[in-house]
Unconditional design. Structure first.
Length: 63
């Protein structure tokens, strides 16, 4: 099974849990435009789970 297919399957299972669990998400700031695009795509996909909150972690592993 391809990575994309596995992610689609996982996302569908998560959507099926909607309303049954409380979730939150932590994001790291993107370091470039490609990563920013991926971040926003992820946020839009996770929106259907109605997270209680999200956080953005700045400064972690900043070297």
């Amino acid at each position: 099974m391809s990575y994309a297919k596995e992610m689609d399957t996982l996302n569908q299972h998560l959507v099926d849990l909607k309303g049954d669990i409380n979730v939150s998400f932590e994001f790291f700031p993107p370091k470039n435009e490609k990563m920013e695009t991926i971040l926003w795509e992820s946020i839009h996909r996770l929106k259907s789970l109605e997270p209680k909150f999200v956080s953005v972690t700045y400064g972690a592993n900043s070297g």
